[in-house]
Design a binder for this molecule. Structure first.
Ligand SMILES: Cc1cc2nc3c(=O)[nH]c(=O)nc-3n(C[C@H](O)[C@H](O)[C@H](O)COP(=O)(O)OP(=O)(O)OC[C@H]3O[C@@H](n4cnc5c(N)ncnc54)[C@H](O)[C@@H]3O)c2cc1C
Length: 393
């Protein structure tokens, strides 16, 4: 050890610290999540006890810097945690993800006072919440949002509606994207982001029913003359809302890529097990070439998705611009999740359609991944744009 440089010692300490955390996440998943996931998901029950355990593990502060009370994990380690969680029950990863996007936005673009006030409470899970961008009339075209914040002395008055907001019912604080200027060009200069805590004028109008991703609440939020103090404007300056949102979505997309790997890997595990248990025509079904070919494609997709996600996560760790890398990881891993979930279902034959087997849940959960945090259509457009920018003639 004496021969090692300080930097090597720091790296070894950090690797050991992060390995310990991954170990405790594995134990938590095996003991507290796996046995109850299927039941809670089918009942669409918010996993309150799991949330308490995640608080104890410090997961609500996973990427919050240690100086503000978080675990200070690198995004690459966070991605490994998310892959593990999603492999067991994807909804649980959403409970920390949208919360951590909000925290990441504050850590990256908030004022020092906002960091000191909010981050320690976000880290313990005392204040939990998420990200409120989407509106009934727009999701992809965020610059078309209508929620408006009007300056009024030392505060702003906000009116508008947000929809599909994860943690909308059980969360109490949201990174809320609004317009502060409707006329300015380009449109993003008229956008700002606030830390909006529930209170008078901020109400949950309804819980949204979904085909999958159950347990976690998705809600519509209404702001009706909601007053927010001016010091809740993230970064303290109007017009920076899109910059804040984009900085958060970088972590969000990495998370969705990691979820894709987790779901694709879970489908593979189920298929590998079942194809050895189930016999037809006198042999286990994996010995039929039609099934063997599916298994080969599935494991190849999982391996490639994981490698792309690790490579994107390393770029996020280095603090580089990485919409290209994260976009490719998100695109590939989430399509892999959808394909693997369907293949696992087919390999299970009729049982794949039964609620007694896990593959039906994977099949319902996976499609969300191609929609959330920027649809895969938009990922393709961004990837192609960056490709040309990187290779001008
Ligand atoms: C379960 C769930 C949870 C969610 N959680 C959150 C949350 O916590 N916070 C939040 O703010 N939002 C959340 N969302 C919303 C989600 O981010 C949006 O649904 C998503 O961004 C797509 O927006 P949209 O639904 O308005 O689709 P639209 O933008 O209307 O797109 C419709 C279709 O057109 C395509 N399209 C649109 N524009 C283009 C273009 N320029 N080129 C090519 N194709 C295009 C899209 O890819 C899509 O296929 C959630 C959604 C779901 C279903």
């Amino acid at each position: 050890m004496n021969d090692l440089s300080q930097k090597q010692r720091d790296t070894a300490d950090r690797d050991e610290y992060e390995a310990l955390i991954l170990d405790s996440v594995d134990r938590f998943l095996a003991r507290d999540v796996k046995p109850v996931a299927q039941r809670l998901e089918h009942d669409d029950t918010y996993p309150a006890e799991i949330v308490e355990r995640m608080k104890e593990l410090g997961l609500f502060g996973a990427v919050i810097p240690q100086e503000y009370g978080g675990l200070g994990l690198r995004p690459s380690t966070y991605a490994k945690i998310i892959e593990r969680i999603a492999k067991v029950w994807m909804s649980v990863s959403g409970i920390i993800n949208s919360h951590l996007i909000m925290a990441y936005i504050v850590a990256k673009t908030g004022t020092e006072a906002q960091k000191r006030h909010f981050l320690p409470k976000f880290a313990t899970g005392e204040i939990r919440g998420g990200l409120a961008l989407t509106e009934p009339d727009c999701g992809t075209d965020l610059q078309a949002i209508r929620t408006f914040a009007q300056k009024d002395g030392d505060s702003y008055v906000i009116n508008g509606t947000k929809t599909w907001i994860s943690n909308g019912i059980h969360g109490t604080c949201f990174a809320l994207l609004v317009k502060t200027d409707r006329n300015i060009q380009p449109r993003h200069k008229g956008m700002s982001m606030f830390l909006a805590e529930k209170g008078e004028g901020f109400k949950v109008s309804r819980k949204l029913e979904k085909i999958g991703y159950k347990g976690i609440d998705s809600a519509e939020l209404i702001f009706d003359n909601y007053h927010v103090p001016a010091d809740r404007l993230i970064g303290g300056e109007e017009g920076k809302g899109m910059v804040s949102a984009i900085s958060g979505l970088e972590l969000g997309r990495l998370n969705v890529a990691a979820r894709g790997v987790g779901v694709a890997a879970a489908a593979l595990d189920e298929a590998v097990r079942y194809s050895q248990q189930r016999h037809t025509f006198g042999k286990p079904i994996h010995e039929h070439q039609a099934i063997a070919i599916k298994l080969a494609d599935m494991v190849t997709r999982v391996t490639a998705a994981r490698l792309l996600t690790e490579s994107a996560a390393a770029a996020v760790d280095r603090g580089e611009r990485c919409d290209f890398e994260v976009g490719m990881a998100k695109l590939f891993a989430t399509e892999a999740a959808v394909e693997n979930a369907l293949e696992a279902m087919r390999i299970h034959g009729g049982y794949g359609y039964s609620k007694e087997f896990i593959v039906e849940r994977l099949y319902r959960d996976a499609p969300l991944l191609v929609i959330g945090e920027g649809t895969n259509e938009i990922q393709r457009i961004t990837i192609a744009k960056r490709l040309i920018e990187k290779n001008p003639i």
